[in-house]
Design a protein around this ligand. Structure first.
Ligand SMILES: Cc1ncc(COP(=O)(O)O)c(C=O)c1O
Length: 308
């Protein structure tokens, strides 16, 4: 369904966006990526991209960790993405995937003095996780540590860790997993940040718990503080404390707001999606679709398709 990609500095038909098997990042995972959502507003017949500049700021930060030399700014990457989406002409929700990679066809295991490049494609998307309540189990895997592969950089190679976690969880009958860091505290899900509500406080692991610094996490913290009046604590969470949450959920670009109904077979709260997460999820969906005037600054409209 995808027709175009940004590849080698231009928008080309997707069939032309191909790399060699000798590409360094294909061999070693030495690249980084982003994941951004476009939301289609049916009423206005308009595609909006959510927090595009914030996503590209983090993308370039990840690239810095990998010593990538890139001639892009968040604004230039955003413009390329908007041009790509205008050409693609989606009239449905979509997912945008930028990748920065070591383009050199070399088997050198290193980061420096290698040619870097950026590619971007998009595709239609639905819900990555169910949004009506998922069951999760604590993973037997641990989250990659900042001393091994920094989780705050969205580094391609570290997603082997996420894939081990996700498959173990699903093959064991769960929808996803809670992943502990090397200290035994909760880090996050396989590809989403963890949050819980306990005694009227929203609690989420701090950025030092080997989490990805989620854009959705920041969004939720702001919405919860401003619109729901709940205090927020960023602090370490023990596995057993999560069992005692009144409500819990994952958040992320893919996951959106995905309520957790049980952890390790212990029902969270009543085992049904709780009132605060229900309210927050509805608010989040209004914000990303452009139905909340106050948060329109987070959305960038894609120009209508220009047929030359
Ligand atoms: C490991 C991991 N944690 C958290 C998130 C959530 O980050 P964001 O809200 O920026 O999409 C993601 C990506 O979606 C992820 O892959």
């Amino acid at each position: 369904m995808t027709k175009y990609a940004y590849f080698h500095n231009e928008i080309v038909p997707i069939e032309q966006a191909k790399v060699s098997i000798m590409t360094n990042t294909f061999n070693y995972g030495t690249g980084c990526f982003g994941g951004i959502r476009g939301y289609w507003n049916e009423e206005r017949q308009q595609l909006y991209v959510f927090r595009i500049l914030d996503h590209y700021r983090r993308f370039l930060d990840s690239a810095r960790v990998l010593l990538a030399q890139l001639d892009y700014t968040p604004a230039s990457l955003a413009q390329i993405t908007l041009d790509l989406l205008a050409k693609e002409g989606w009239t449905q929700n979509c997912y945008i995937r930028p990748i920065a990679y070591k383009a050199e066809e070399s088997i050198a295991v290193k980061l420096h003095d290698l040619k870097d490049d950026v590619t971007i494609f998009s595709q239609p998307v639905g819900n990555y996780l169910p949004i009506q309540g998922i069951s999760v189990g604590t993973s037997s895997w641990r989250r990659v540590d900042d001393t091994a592969i920094p989780a705050r950089g969205k580094i391609i190679g570290s997603y082997a860790n996420s894939a081990l976690i996700k498959s173990e969880a699903q093959l064991n009958g769960y929808d996803d997993a809670i992943v502990l860091n090397q200290d035994g505290h909760i880090s996050e899900g396989s590809a989403a940040n963890f949050m819980m509500i306990r005694n009227g406080v929203l609690v989420t692991p701090p950025t030092s718990s080997n989490i990805l610094e989620g854009i959705t996490r920041r969004t939720i913290i702001e919405l919860v503080q401003n619109e729901m009046g709940l205090p927020v604590q960023e602090r370490e969470i023990d596995r057993s404390e999560a069992y005692l949450a009144d409500e819990a959920f994952y958040c992320g670009t893919g996951a959106q707001v995905s309520p957790i109904s049980s952890i390790d077979h212990r029902p969270i709260g009543t085992g049904k999606v709780g009132p605060l997460v229900t309210e927050l999820q509805a608010l989040y969906f209004r914000v990303v679709k452009g139905q909340e005037e106050k948060y329109m600054h987070w959305l960038t409209p894609v120009a209508q398709k220009v047929t030359a």
